[in-house]
Write a protein that binds this ligand. Structure first.
Ligand code: DGL
Length: 283
């Protein structure tokens, strides 16, 4: 079982930011990544749709790739469906992502924290419970960023992003951060920004240029990678390190256009086109 791959998925290329951290933390593991780009964005769809896709992908990864663990590298899918996947596969190590509010609370000095994410994540009961658990510890400024994940999804594909696509990302980042109020280190200002969507990591330079380099950013890739390691370790499921680096064994699959995934894999993970293919049996 330890030899089997770890499944990872997202609505599209956003979860590659989590895969990046997983590959760095667990260099001997094989990963099978599914980009459900044919059905992106999840954030603007209802929970029922996202739950249905999550089940289809989990079933597919188990049946066709015999995964030993599953990382749901999507905040929206985690919020909508992780509890159901856990009930359906109680034995399978399952790791989800959620906005890194707790880490931000521990590090913020002004106590005013910005959180950006999809509508699906920020309107979910799971997120409401997370906020409740931190009540009184900080003030959260929450902003749903309609269209941002989609703009990032399409800008990383093929052909390389046009000036218009890049300026759309910039426009959206500016509009949404402006709506949140002043960023800075002064009293009453937002000094921390939590990226509650895995796609947003790929717009971090854009966001940083807008809100200022003194603002702390919190994403979930690294903590999730460490949690995955701990879970596999306790269950005796870590791969035997028989090769220094298993990156060349990682497989990337898409339900969208292959050429887009290949462009994103090369750009963000330096993985060659041959490691990408169409997820033909996933419907
Ligand atoms: N990357 C996903 C997340 O973390 C969702 C983006 C989308 O498809 O809307 O929520």
């Amino acid at each position: 079982m330890a030899d089997q791959p770890i499944g990872v998925f997202d609505s599209g290329i956003g979860g590659l930011s989590v895969l990046q951290a997983l590959m760095a933390e667990l260099p001997h593991e094989r990963f099978v990544y599914v980009a459900d780009s044919g059905h992106a964005p999840y954030g603007e769809r209802g929970d029922a749709f996202v739950a249905e896709r999550t089940h289809a992908i989990a079933d597919y990864l188990l049946a066709h790739h015999h995964i030993k663990a599953l990382v749901v590298a999507c905040n929206t899918a985690t919020a909508a469906a992780i509890h159901e996947v856990r009930m359906r596969y109680p034995q399978m190590p399952l790791i989800g992502v959620e906005p890194a509010l707790k880490t931000a609370v521990a590090q913020s000095q002004t106590g005013r924290i910005g959180v950006i994410g999809t509508r699906g994540t920020l309107a979910s009961a799971k997120f409401a419970r997370l906020l409740d658990s931190l009540q009184g510890q900080a003030e959260f400024v929450i902003q749903h960023c309609k269209g941002l994940a989609n703009a990032i999804e399409w800008s990383t594909g093929h052909p390389p992003a046009s000036a218009a696509q890049n300026s759309e990302i910039h426009r959206l980042c500016q509009t949404y951060t402006q709506a949140m109020g002043p960023f800075g280190k002064g009293a009453g200002q937002i000094d921390s920004l939590v990226l509650g969507c895995t796609h947003y990591v790929f717009a971090i330079d854009e966001l940083r240029a807008i809100v200022g380099s003194e603002i702390a950013f919190f994403s979930t890739g690294e903590p999730v990678a460490r949690q995955t390691r701990r879970l596999l370790e306790t269950q005796g499921l870590l791969a035997i390190p028989d090769q220094p680096d298993a990156a060349h064994l990682t497989q990337l699959l898409t339900t969208g256009a292959l050429i887009d995934l290949q462009a994103a894999a090369l750009r963000w993970l330096h993985l060659p086109a041959q490691q990408c293919s169409q997820a033909n049996d996933l419907h």
